[in-house]
Ligand binder design. Sequence first.
Ligand SMILES: C[S@@+](CC[C@H](N)C(=O)[O-])C[C@H]1O[C@@H](n2cnc3c(N)ncnc32)[C@H](O)[C@@H]1O
Length: 332
Amino acid sequence: MADSYASVNEVERLVANVNEAANKFKHAAGGDANLARRNLHLETQRLLASLEEPNLEINAAVAVEVLKDLNIWSKFEGGKTISHAEIVDISGADEIMIIRIFRQLTAVGVLADIPGPGYALTPLGKPYLNPDHVSFNNFLLHDIVPTILAMPRTMAERGYKAPTKDSGTPFKWLHGEELWTWMGSHPDHVPDMIAGMRSHNAGNLSGDAYPFGKELAQLDIKDDEVAIVDIAGGQGHTMAELRQRYPEVKGRLIVQDLLSTFQAVSGPPPGVEFMPHDMFTPQPVKKAHVYLFPSHLPRLERQRLRHLCTTSCAIIKRAAEEQIVVGRSGLA
Ligand SMILES: C[S@@+](CC[C@H](N)C(=O)[O-])C[C@H]1O[C@@H](n2cnc3c(N)ncnc32)[C@H](O)[C@@H]1O
């Protein structure tokens, strides 16, 4: 590995980027602080990546799931330490297995070894107190990792050709259909997927990434008008947060997604409506004040993006003429 280490100059440049991002974070306020924090995180990751050896942390992901199965995450609530003996007792596991499983998490800095012996959460591990983060881990482990593991084979089988609308993504190469329709026939996987999406917003929600309260107030929205259509909005977590954060917002909040996404829950959050809709078909809501487009649009394959535009361009054009706001969800 020695030959592939980053040069001193390169590392110095990355350190300077981290310092600059830290300085911006220090002086940022309001919604900008979230952006500045994410940028600092990104620059720090770049610096770390320049110093690390290649490391697939799938073992840590497996350990995260084992702790979920043993109902251990919540025991760290309130900064508590859990003794090694208690974990062996709760799980009925062989002590050596607990040592091996927990070592995966201390090695990546999610847990800290505490004299006693025992374990406590580090700042990196605290997000796992939120079950949504554990769900995201499960979603990656069960639904995404198998596709990645199969890619050397599936890419070779396709002669290393880039995915197109017709050939589909690596997920389809393995499963015969795309992730979102596959979810329809695997409804038991949907809750983890949705909770995982929600986890992206924890602490820096899309609800405050855009000044919805201020912007919507200027639009003089009536109760029976559609205030927002959240396209591919999952099970409505962003709109639910919006209702909570801005109770004064008038008008209907409509979440559009595939039927299978809605079928996995008993109904929409209070003050939010579900509308099953495939976003690659013409938009049925012709007049809303705001259309939120999904954040992964820029990553869509060109042909598919063009198709989406033909179903929505007329609306966007009219929106611009009538000064209706067009935003997008998950402003990552
Ligand atoms: C990456 S998630 C984003 C969810 C939500 N917007 C958020 O920010 O958390 C993608 C969502 O798009 C939905 N989706 C995928 N293909 C779709 C389609 N053709 N029409 C409507 N929704 C779709 C999925 O069911 C899923 O809920």
